[in-house]
Design a protein around this ligand. Structure first.
Ligand SMILES: [Ca+2]
Ligand SMILES: [Ca+2]
Ligand SMILES: [Ca+2]
Length: 267
């Protein structure tokens, strides 16, 4: 019964499956939900096949995933026990899992179980990177390159411009942004190299064809005339050892709101 309070039951979605359930249902016109935080440095990661399992009974639900860098994105719908693959939304990792009531009986949530998860103690995985496709620009154009990245033990990055080191520094696992401005036309190769603390690395290359400006001609040699330091904003993932994390619960403000509405309706 949805009359059971959120406050009493939310913690039942934490930890391993134990037959104790949190409840989300329909409150007035608003669908209740819970957002579970896997914990800093304890992200679910996109490995082979399915990456986590939602253990529930009752009605249908919608699952969203996200992390501090990525707004929550709908991953899919389910009922009962169902596994999900982060690859279906092109996510490398997810720290937050939101389960929202969709239809039918109230959804009773027992646990979220990570299948593929950060294991920094024995990091055998190369960093993950998704960079821009090859493209063309006109000379004199400023362009910002952005690479989405993830690793359990990020360490450092290097950016090569036509195979020469342009910039390098420590990398905390956040996405890397770099701004270039070319003053002359030609073809340039930009390579990003990421290393983690265990010597695993990954490279990502982009070829940029710089076209002459309409009214001018120029030589084929290209050099970036201005650069800026990569922007680092997020924190570094750290060690995690659990395969179903100690979940920290984030109660959404909407949930608090619908609960308040529910209280008002009861009065
Ligand atoms: Ca996967
Ligand atoms: Ca439980
Ligand atoms: Ca790694």
């Amino acid at each position: 019964m949805k009359e059971a309070s959120f406050g009493e039951l939310e913690e039942n979605a934490l930890g391993p499956p134990d037959g104790q359930f949190a409840l989300v249902g329909l409150f007035g016109y608003a669908a209740g939900y819970l957002t579970l935080d896997m914990g800093q440095g304890e992200d679910i990661v996109n490995g082979d096949g399915m990456d986590f399992k939602v253990v529930t009974q009752g009605g249908r639900y919608i699952v969203f995933v996200g992390d501090p860098d990525q707004p929550l994105k709908k991953l899919g719908e389910g009922r009962g026990n169902q596994s999900f693959d982060l690859a279906s939304v092109n996510f490398f990792n997810a720290r937050y899992v939101k389960i929202q009531f969709l239809s039918g009986a109230d959804v009773e949530i027992d646990a979220v179980v990570a299948i593929n998860y950060v294991t920094a103690d024995t990091d055998m995985e190369s960093p993950m990177v998704s960079g821009p496709d090859d493209f063309e620009i006109q000379e004199g154009t400023s362009i910002t390159l952005n690479w989405r990245t993830f690793d359990a033990t990020p360490k450092n990055y290097s950016i090569l411009f036509n195979e020469e080191l342009l910039d390098s520094g420590s990398w905390d696992g956040s996405d890397i942004t770099y701004e270039f401005l070319w003053s002359t036309s030609g073809e340039v190769h930009i390579m990003l190299i990421l290393y983690d603390s265990f010597g695993n690395y990954v490279e990502d290359s982009v070829v940029i064809k710089v076209l002459p400006a309409p009214a001018t001609t120029s030589t084929a040699t290209s050099t970036p005339s201005t650069t800026s330091t990569p922007v680092s904003t997020s924190t570094t993932p750290t060690t995690a050892e659990m395969n179903y994390s100690v979940l920290v619960l984030l109660m959404g403000t909407i949930l608090a709101l619908v609960w308040r509405i529910y209280i008002l309706r009861k009065c």
